[in-house]
Design a protein around this ligand. Structure first.
Ligand code: E4P
Length: 217
């Protein structure tokens, strides 16, 4: 399963590259707005750090403008994946991008049938939002399982990119559910390394080791 970082902060991405934990990046208009920088500038900087897939989301809402904006984003680098919302206009734009060889991430997916229509439109990735479904007391992870089952039965090759993943537990469950990739904040990805028993075990090893060392006189 690929690990994508859901961030527009380049310093966070550098740390993940150093840990070997970065298989791709996703951004969205909220994350870019938070960075206070221009979308094209941030995406170009991220593409200079990684050659893995980088999702850049259009902010236009009509097919025509989404296509124009998406082409501009795709021109930034060969690894740019244009992200479009799961709307009629978004799926029409998806179709146009796919026919011109541009990879597409269809985002804001909240149901199995939405995932099916995105696959039929040729999406490279579908992004079901696990955390936001959990927020309204629905079962986000069940959606990942259901999409996995249907994509396998129907032989859709769209990749399932579990999104709105907010904890280590979410991430482990997405792996069990058969997601092809997850996208999560950098802090969640780095948090996967941590376990209190590792810290306690290391402290004990160090203390035992030190106790055998000659004391300075
Ligand atoms: C996915 O591509 C989105 O950027 C992201 O995962 C949304 O996560 P959130 O629901 O925690 O904002």
């Amino acid at each position: 399963m690929d690990f994508f970082a859901d961030t527009a902060e380049v310093s966070e991405l550098r740390q993940l590259v150093g840990l070997g934990l970065l298989d791709g990046v996703t951004t969205n208009p909220s994350l870019i707005a938070k960075s206070g920088r221009k979308m094209t500038e941030v995406i170009a900087e991220i593409c200079a750090i990684t050659s893995r897939p980088v999702s850049a989301e259009v902010v236009a809402t009509s097919t025509e403008y989404m296509i124009a904006e998406g082409k501009e984003l795709a021109a930034i680098g060969p690894n740019v994946v244009v992200k479009v919302p799961l709307t009629e206009d978004g799926l029409s734009a998806c179709r146009a991008f796919v026919l011109s060889g541009i990879k597409v991430n269809v985002t804001l997916c909240f149901s199995l049938v939405q995932a099916i229509v995105a696959a039929k439109a040729g999406a490279t990735y579908i992004s079901p939002f696990v955390g936001r479904l959990d927020d309204i007391n629905l079962d986000g992870m069940q959606l990942i399982r259901d999409i996995r089952d249907v994509y396998d039965v129907q032989r859709y090759d769209t990749q399932i990119l579990a999104a709105s993943v907010r904890s280590a537990n979410h991430l482990g469950e997405a792996a069990l559910a058969g997601a092809d990739a997850v996208t999560a904040p950098a802090a969640v990805l780095r948090g996967l390394i941590k376990h209190p028993l590792t810290d306690a075990g290391l402290a004990k090893f160090m203390a035992d080791w030190q106790s055998t060392q000659p004391r300075p006189v």
